[in-house]
Design a protein around this ligand. Sequence first.
Ligand code: ZN
Length: 423
Amino acid sequence: MNILVTESQYNRVVLNEQTTHKVLFSDNNIEISAYGLDDNKSGAFILPKPHGIITIINKNNASPIIVNIEKSSPIFQSFDGQKKYSKQIPPQKNNSFKVEFNQSIGEGNFMGNLTFVYIVPGKAPVLKSINIPFVRKGTVKGDEIKKQNETYYYCKSNYNSDLLKSATDWWRNWLLSKSTQQRFANTFGYNLRSVEKIFIEYLKILNQIKFEYVIDNTKSNAGWVRPLWKSGFDTPIIINCGPANEYPKSERLNFIIHEIQHLLSAYHRFEHPSQDNFFKDFFDFYKDLVSGVFQSEPEDTKFELDKNSDTYKKLYQFLTSQGFKDNTIERIIYLYLWRLRYDEHHLKDLNEIRSSLAELRKTLNLNPNQKITKELLINNAREDAVTMFINQWLFSGKPLSEFLNYYNSLAMGKPNTTDRNLA
Ligand SMILES: [Zn+2]
């Protein structure tokens, strides 16, 4: 297998997915491969997978090569979100791009054709055609296409520009607050002018966020983002329509606010690196997709809450001692133990806690000057965003007051008890 060495955005996906790759074409100048193929016998893209990766290597030592896709079968819907693909690839470098598949096409085994033309400067264009195998498991005729179209329709009508506007407005309000800016300055030791510069970029990011819609039945997450290194720009929020459609109306806005936090912190952290899992985070490629909730489990190990277990009893006693109300505790523990088993990532990753915090502040309608208090958590413990935050606190093992102080102040882990504004 080739080791791809560019910083191309898809390389990590390729490595993470550990997918089979297949060289589809090779000559003296270029090599074209497909990644994300099924690694069992079929060696094809298995639909309804939403996309695959194509990599083109310029094998030429001296010259850049210009590659265009001239023609493509209707199964290929877009290339990196664009209608056309056209790239100049420097000598000995490669370019990877994403091909989105048209989900309403295909049945059984079939081929999708891509016709490329490549040009080595000073030479005649070379036209090459490749066939990429697909397998559509089950039929997509009639009712299934209809169902899929309905899923997309419902998804797009709920996750629309109004929702995006509400979410970005919430962030704008938060970012334009002087107390937010002051806390940010304190956290990083910046002067307010530098903070303003960063916040202008945040606002620019907010202005250009888009939604992209997929139906990916292999994932139970409602959505995710894929921040490109440290930028945050040109990064759509992917809405996975199946699970996303299940969200009640009130949860949709929280979910988008959560994802936006990931985009903004891809441009600049909200938390000081000394407090953050900065390097780990830098290399996390997808946000919200690294959790374990996709593991299927054998029937006999189905998750159940055991109220007689020592863990349950200890947690119950502890939460009671902290003032949590009897009728909220069972749910808190249930979700905590469920996450411990399937989704520890969202309990411990500080970037995720950051996103939860934004959801919690939205849920409680806190303004940037208001701090989160223990009483607020206790009295709203039934709200999803609050439960999540309580779960994250439990996982931290810190006293509640310390946890709250930190997230209310975010001053390099030195809680400032007189001014706890930012979080
Ligand atoms: Zn997240």
